[in-house]
Design a protein around this ligand. Structure first.
Ligand code: ADP
Ligand code: AMP
Length: 217
């Protein structure tokens, strides 16, 4: 199964993609995580961080190449994958269509988590991530048992450099202009489902599992 999870920044894509990956034994491919893992001591790592800090999209040629390299790996080819944060514009979606046709791994379903804009800033600003295992928390909606310590591995939690009110304004306007048009793109492809992301994390997971239970692998 090849899934795509969509939604505005802070909608809950990463949180839910981790749960879907565990349930269906899929590889979780997050472009944001790929970019954050680039070595910050290199020119490329520094350039990418500048785009991210400003809330801008990384250029398509680099983004498409990194995704293709990842999807061609054996774990993705053998198990299937869930894409999180890619594509983010129509050009990337077209590129993905061409690429998935070539590797014969077309998208099975596109899941869009819908959350109104006014809730997204609070979600992003309160987000905390484990430095060690990448688990995601929220200071109010999904707090760790001990402040700043990961429940699963004991790692230290940190706040992303782009999870500020100022950068979020740019990220949300980039989403409106570039990413929202993908909703129509995938509706036309007939593989689109929308989920109410304002519910609790567990309820959103349940809704996603329900959608997927009726989708053929
Ligand atoms: P995205 O990957 O879409 O940017 P995340 O999954 O990282 O979003 O979630 C953003 C923040 O909101 C995190 O701190 C997460 O714990 C929290 N969050 C995710 N889903 C929900 C939800 N349904 N209700 C409240 N908070 C949520
Ligand atoms: P995310 O972790 O998905 O919130 O992404 C964080 C940042 O990484 C974005 O604001 C962009 O700067 C960059 N990014 C992630 N995915 C993409 C993509 N598909 N295309 C371009 N830039 C991306």
């Amino acid at each position: 199964m090849q899934l795509l999870i969509m939604g505005a920044p802070g909608a809950g894509k990463g949180t839910q993609a981790a749960k879907l990956a565990a349930k269906y034994n899929l590889v979780h491919v997050s472009t944001g995580d790929i970019f954050r893992s680039l070595n910050e001591m290199t020119d490329l790592g520094q350039q990418v961080r500048r785009f991210m800090k400003a809330g801008k999209l990384i250029p398509d040629d680099l983004t498409n190449r990194l995704v293709e390299e990842r999807l061609e790996c054996n774990d993705c080819m053998d198990n299937g994958w869930i894409l999180d944060g890619y594509p983010r514009n129509v050009e990337q979606a077209q590129n993905l269509d061409v690429f998935t046709n070539i590797i014969r791994r077309q998208l099975t379903c596109v899941l869009n988590i819908h959350v109104p804009a006014e809730k997204l800033i609070e979600r992003a600003i309160g987000r905390r991530i484990c430095k060690n295992c990448g688990a995601t928390y929220h200071v109010k909606f999904n707090p760790s048992k001990v402040a700043d310590v990961c429940d699963s591995c004991g790692g230290q939690l940190y706040q992303r450099a782009d999870d500020t009110a100022e950068t979020m304004k740019n990220r949300l306007s980039v989403y409106e202009k570039n990413t929202r048009p993908l909703i129509d793109y995938y509706k036309q492809a007939g593989i689109y489902a929308e989920i109410d992301g304002t519910q609790t994390i567990d309820k959103v997971t349940e809704a996603l599992f329900n959608v997927l239970s009726s989708v053929k692998a």
